[in-house]
Design a binder for this molecule. Sequence first.
Ligand SMILES: [Zn+2]
Ligand SMILES: [Zn+2]
Length: 345
Amino acid sequence: MRAVVYDAPGSFTVRDVPLPEPGAGEVRVRMTAAGMCGTDLHLHEGQFLASFPLTPGHETVGVIDALGDGVVADGTGSPLQVGQQVVINPNSSCRRCAYCRESRPWLCELFAGIGSSTPGGFAECVIVPQEQVFDASGIPLELAVFAEPSACIAHLMDRLDPLTGCSVVVLGAGPTGVLLTQFLRMRGAAAVVLADPNAYKLDRARSLADISTHVVDRGDVRGTVQRLRGEQGFDVVIDATGRVDVIAELPELARNGGRIVYYGVADESSRVSISPFEIFRRELTIMGSFTEVDSFPDALDAFRSGAIRTEGIITHRYPIDAYAEALQAMRTDSSAHKIVITPQD
Ligand SMILES: [Zn+2]
Ligand SMILES: [Zn+2]
């Protein structure tokens, strides 16, 4: 089968590798689509827990191609059969360390990811333990491919609970920002502002936003804060860019007692200057939210409820042999929103 294979950071080829066979309790999934995201750029550089050789691809949807011995059910106990559409939770924990025993598996010391520590979805097929496969029958591909980023967002929503009545600003209208605003509204946030400098992304976001979501140009954020909140900022301020210049501005957008969330993936070497006095005096909380282990059922429930819309977010599709072009578009094409690899093309 064809697969993207990195031998070292920055160095990959698309080549033929043996078709993997599912072992006991494992499922082979034939990839229909695998989304690219900022994490893949970090993996390209060898960051973000990358272990080599590596086939990336962690936002995946496909069809069951073969079942290993003893496979009976997916991560929610639903029966699995060949030909069924599924999404794959790439994340797993050791179930034994102190964090796992505290029921906080996303903090696991031996956290593992399909597409970062084991072969992922930028390949024709992937091998997955049955408990990390989730039935996605009937969910349109354009939505199903967002299951992993949505599950990570569902985890963030749990961390921010309760959100009822909160005002929230999200900086960065990439696919994650657009999904975030919808989950925030679904979880009860009263007013949500989504800001970005990219006119194309703003346009897409506006077409999907509800009446209580204000989509604004990045340059208008302070004006919007004034208009909506007066002298007070927002209860929750979320960075979905990972950019240092954006992250540095978060405290001034928060109201006293507010929560600041680092959600975008910053470069490992980047640093931000903050005022400890301001954090102290205004009782601000700074928190991170990394990933998920057990939030796929929440994401799929949200999809099936009709509350999450993604029309028009996928802008670019590439066959696996054009992976280099996809990476290039990810870095330089300002009209690229969600880029998807389609391994069967
Ligand atoms: Zn991702
Ligand atoms: Zn663990």
